[in-house]
Design a protein around this ligand. Structure first.
Ligand code: NAD
Length: 297
């Protein structure tokens, strides 16, 4: 029997804990923790993400500041807004929704965010802190995966972990976190030879590729814990308006082989916003020099 890892329920509990601690923070600091989200242009998927981030922030007793800029915003104007938010004491976290329109240099924009407000953990300073084991901000999706893994498995020491995908926002930080937790880590990617054989070694598989149902049941070691980060929309079947959302793992096939697996949707996805709120609250405590009780989040 394969267990289903209920990321939605886990994320809801994390959001509740963040909400409680955020209320305590507001009493202690005399202000709420604040998250600023900057959206440039009108990408429909980004608009949905920004709206749900706003709602979740307010529901967690935090202040949400939203900046919607036109698609043709000049780089200098976006950088000036980031400078203003860096200096604003009501703003603890700054998130610039990606992707940006093509004329804007994402790396330059991320570099402009103060590392202490970079709650997405994308700034090179935070990537460096993670690499050398200093505390900073860790990207939300891999940190959420890590929370699900440690909740399920406890100590990860000595376990074989295979991360499929080497992006800066998921694969690489995921591998660093697993390494920090003393797992034996392999990063597989598009040039990996005999990927099924590599994945078959793994006690822990994290799939972050973006290819629908690529990881097959017979690639999995029986009993493996499988974290599926991928979000892929299948072409609509007959009579469907929109195709189904699926992950990078053949979810039906993984049943009865994997020890546990995250569903898509309802697995890793809901963790991302919950961790964003968590990171923002951590930033607020650091900014005000207020201790966050160990294990509170
Ligand atoms: P990306 O496109 O930046 O990286 C994909 C990685 O997959 C690359 O490193 C590439 O080497 C690897 N890859 C490509 N083809 C491969 C193959 N055939 N075999 C093995 N590896 C291969 O993607 P990303 O931003 O890391 O996102 C990955 C997936 O996770 C996407 O589906 C994305 O939508 C999803 N995602 C979900 C969340 C969430 O909140 N759940 C957050 C971020 C990304």
């Amino acid at each position: 029997m394969t267990d289903i890892i209920d990321g939605k329920a886990f994320a809801a509990k994390l959001r509740d804990r963040v909400g409680e601690q955020a209320a305590k923070f507001a009493r202690a600091a005399g202000r709420k923790a604040g998250l600023a989200v900057v959206l440039v242009g009108e990408d429909p998927a980004s608009q949905v993400y920004v709206r749900s981030k706003h709602k979740a922030t307010v529901a967690a007793n935090m202040e949400s500041f939203e900046y919607r800029l036109p698609a043709d915003t000049a780089a200098a104007d976006l950088l000036a807004l980031i400078e203003k938010l860096n200096a604003d004491r009501a703003v603890d976290g700054i998130l610039v929704q990606l992707p940006l329109p093509a004329h804007l240099d994402e790396q330059a924009v991320i570099a402009a965010i103060s590392p202490d407000k970079d709650v997405d953990g994308f700034h090179v300073t935070n990537a460096g802190r993670l690499a050398v084991g200093q505390s900073g901000f860790v990207p939300c999706t891999p940190l959420g995966c890590m929370m699900l893994l440690t909740d399920r498995l406890g100590d990860l020491s000595g376990l074989e972990a295979v991360v499929i995908g080497r992006s800066n926002i998921v694969g690489k930080p995921m591998a660093q976190l697993l390494l920090d937790a003393n797992a034996t880590v392999t990063i597989a990617h598009s040039r990996t030879k005999d990927l099924p054989a590599v994945v078959r070694r793994a006690d822990i598989v994290v799939a972050a590729v973006g290819r629908a149902e690529m990881v097959k049941a017979d690639w999995l070691k029986p009993g493996a814990t499988v974290i599926d980060v991928g979000i892929n929309r299948l072409p609509p079947a007959e009579g469907e308006e929109k195709g189904r959302l699926v992950g990078d793992v053949d979810y039906a096939g993984a049943q009865d082989v994997a020890g546990a697996v995250t569903p898509v949707p309802g697995g890793v996805g809901p963790m991302t916003i919950a961790v964003l709120l968590r990171n923002t609250l951590v930033a607020a405590h650091r900014a005000e020099g207020i201790d966050l009780p160990e294990g509170a989040l």
